[in-house]
Design a protein around this ligand. Structure first.
Ligand code: NAD
Length: 298
């Protein structure tokens, strides 16, 4: 039996896919709307985390932050069956992941950090990429479940390595989205149309995912959030979270990431201006209207 804690935008469809594949899943989430959605998809709903976890041989968590995770693990470590597989798919700080993994391993459980990329669409389609940190033996146990929820599984190393891969990847993504946005804005100011720049950059050395999958201007990539008012997709608030996780780790390990820091500051301003729920590619709209300093304007 699988206990699933955190049935939100990502956890809900992941749990539903496990049910579809024939697993018995007992879920818990304090948010009534999250619970209603998964109950309709065959997930058994418990009225507390402890009730969901009791007797489970696998516990999957998909929670907002490291603090939620640490609190949740107080219950999990008290309640789960001896030796249970504990699979955390949330995005949290590397040291938070390592701390819960150490507690879990000491209590005789098999912990893995397995953050994901692929967003809500990937969670729904069962095509997530899992970046896994922890023991190879625990990963072997987790593989059949990961294969239901995703299409790529990469063992990144020991506990915390999955989270390290996730924040490094997303730091590149945040920086590259800003770089792509700046290029479109500069191109427009030089009289270049968006499609022409896209046709060149997408087949030249500027090619990257921010450009070819989530193109921040409408038109060149019809499926990108820019074509639907930046609704849906990967929210700016989550990008901001990941950029700050990267900055916290960089400070802790004394690594200079000036572009990562600049990207985090730009997403701070963007979210503070009330744009947190928009797709992160909407940052282009803020860059376009960025107030100039008097010196820059003259
Ligand atoms: P979400 O806010 O939609 O879902 C999180 C759920 O956890 C909420 O429903 C909340 O009520 C629940 N929760 C909080 N405390 C709980 C507890 N103690 N026990 C059980 N449930 C609890 O967030 P999401 O978009 O599903 O993201 C979840 C995680 O996945 C985050 O760490 C996020 O950074 C990461 N992530 C999200 C995306 C995305 O596109 N949404 C992509 C990759 C990774």
């Amino acid at each position: 039996m699988i206990a699933f804690l955190g049935l939100g935008n990502m956890g809900g469809p992941m749990a539903a896919n496990l049910v579809t594949a024939g697993h018995q899943v007992i879920g818990y989430d304090p948010a009534p709307t999250a619970v209603e959605r998964v109950a309709a998809r065959g997930v058994t709903v418990a009225d507390s985390a402890a009730a969901a976890v009791r007797g489970a041989d696998t516990v999957i968590t998909m929670l907002p932050t490291g603090q939620h995770l640490a609190e949740c693990y107080d219950t999990v470590l008290d309640t789960a069956a001896p030796g249970a597989l504990l699979l955390d798919c949330s995005t949290v700080a590397v040291n938070d992941a390592q701390a819960v993994a150490a507690r879990a391993a000491e209590a005789g459980f098999a912990p893995l950090d397995a953050p994901v990329s692929g967003g809500v669409a990937g969670a729904t389609a069962g095509t997530l990429t899992f970046m896994v940190g922890g023991d190879a033996a625990a990963l072997q146990r987790a593989r059949p479940l990961l294969k239901v929820m995703g299409s790529r599984i990469i063992h990144c190393g020991a506990a915390g390595a999955g989270q390290a891969a996730k924040i490094c990847n997303n730091m590149v993504l945040g920086i590259s989205m800003i770089a792509v946005s700046e290029a479109f804005l500069l191109g427009r100011s030089l009289g270049l149309n968006d499609q022409a720049l896209f046709d060149v950059a997408s087949t030249s050395s500027a090619q990257c995912w921010a450009l070819t999958s989530y193109c921040p201007v409408p038109g060149p990539v019809p499926t990108s959030p820019a074509n639907r008012g930046y609704e849906g997709g990967f929210s700016a608030v989550l990008m901001r979270k990941d950029l700050h996780l990267a900055q916290t780790s960089a400070a802790r390990t004394d690594v200079d990431t000036p572009l990562g820091a600049a990207a985090a500051a730009l997403y701070d301003q963007f979210v503070a201006a009330g744009n947190g729920e928009l797709d992160f590619s909407a940052i282009i709209t803020a860059l376009a209207t960025h107030p100039r300093t008097p010196e820059a304007a003259s």
